[in-house]
Design a protein around this ligand. Structure first.
Ligand SMILES: C[S@@+](CC[C@H](N)C(=O)[O-])C[C@H]1O[C@@H](n2cnc3c(N)ncnc32)[C@H](O)[C@@H]1O
Length: 302
């Protein structure tokens, strides 16, 4: 059975979730995702019984409200999505722009779900005023309500009564983490933000982010960080300072869409960093030994 994934979201880690989960320690009481987006790692962790409780946070408030409704009131968002989706027939493009206008006026989560399901590459894009400004994908109607409804119900079933949802800066969420939690962080991309078009609702200041990581190390809070990567020889993302003592793991994320367009065989590698306290809790040798059976998927650096 496939892992449910109701919110289409550019930058989602859903395809890498199984690889990322291999680095989780056993019996995590609480998994915290301060940059949740489509919460793909929390959902996969619940699906594979990797954690008992969850905290998700994202600075995009309508997105967190959408999560709240999906998990705690699934039938209402299923009905709303169905109604909004049905309304588009015969007038798709104009209708999309109408919903976009309504979203920008009201910030209601049901409109956001439709926009994400129907916009180009499920790419959230906001302008300087904070208005959603992505265009519709004219070739598609957006996810079929039946399939959307199934995924919403399944996610609600996985996470209801086990999750707390917040909308604040990531630093607030990190302040509440403890050494018994596992924190998974996937901040907005370093390399693609300016010109690659990953214009999420918020961003991070690199220096402040490093200070937060130092603080997590100081408190022995285990964390996994998805940060940068490379396609062929081209790396993207700021290098992280050595004083953090992170273990770097490269994961094969497949052929980049750009390379495919150019008919090149370049593979994109996404990088995971494991914190010192996480490495002390897991048997990295054992994880690596398992991966010998799939050598094409992994490359590691100390
Ligand atoms: C790369 S995406 C996360 C994708 C997620 N891992 C997934 O699988 O869908 C980064 C997220 O961070 C959020 N964000 C940006 N700045 C933030 C901040 N300062 N604090 C908290 N969240 C922030 C964005 O709204 C976006 O959803």
């Amino acid at each position: 059975m496939k892992i449910p994934h109701p919110i289409p979201y550019q930058g989602s880690k859903r395809n890498l979730a199984a690889q990322i989960l291999q680095y989780f320690p056993d019996n995590i009481d609480r998994l915290i995702e301060p940059f949740a987006g489509s919460a793909s790692i929390s959902i996969a962790s619940a699906f594979y019984f990797k954690a008992n409780n969850f905290v998700i946070n994202d600075i995009n408030e309508p997105l967190t409200q959408l999560w709240d409704t999906i998990i705690n009131n699934p039938q209402s968002i299923i009905n709303q999505y169905h109604e909004i989706w049905q309304g588009q027939h015969g007038n798709e493009e104009k209708y999309y722009y109408g919903i976009r206008e309504k979203f920008n006026e009201t910030r209601k989560p049901e409109y956001l779900l439709f926009l994400l399901a129907k916009c180009v590459k499920a790419a959230v894009r906001y302008n300087a005023r904070g208005d959603f400004n992505q265009s519709p994908d004219k070739r598609r109607l957006g996810r079929n309500p039946q399939m959307m409804g199934d995924d919403i119900l399944r996610v609600s079933h996985l996470l209801k009564n086990k999750i707390k949802i917040f909308s604040a800066d990531y630093s607030v969420t990190l302040d509440n983490a403890t050494a018994n939690d596992l924190v998974y962080m996937d901040p907005p991309y370093q390399g693609t933000g300016q010109n690659g078009g990953f214009n999420y609702a918020g961003n991070i200041e690199f220096e402040n982010f490093i200070a937060s990581l130092i603080e997590l190390n100081h408190k022995n809070i285990p964390y996994i960080l998805s940060f940068d990567g490379r396609t062929g020889d081209k790396t993207f993302g700021n290098p992280l300072p050595d004083c953090l003592h992170l273990t770097k793991i490269e994961m094969n994320a497949g052929r980049s869409s750009q390379a495919t367009l150019l008919n090149r065989k370049e593979i994109t590698y996404e990088v995971l960093y494991l914190s010192p306290s996480l490495v002390s809790k897991i048997d990295l040798q054992k994880v690596m030994a398992k991966q010998l059976y799939q050598p094409e998927l992994f490359a590691t650096h100390g």
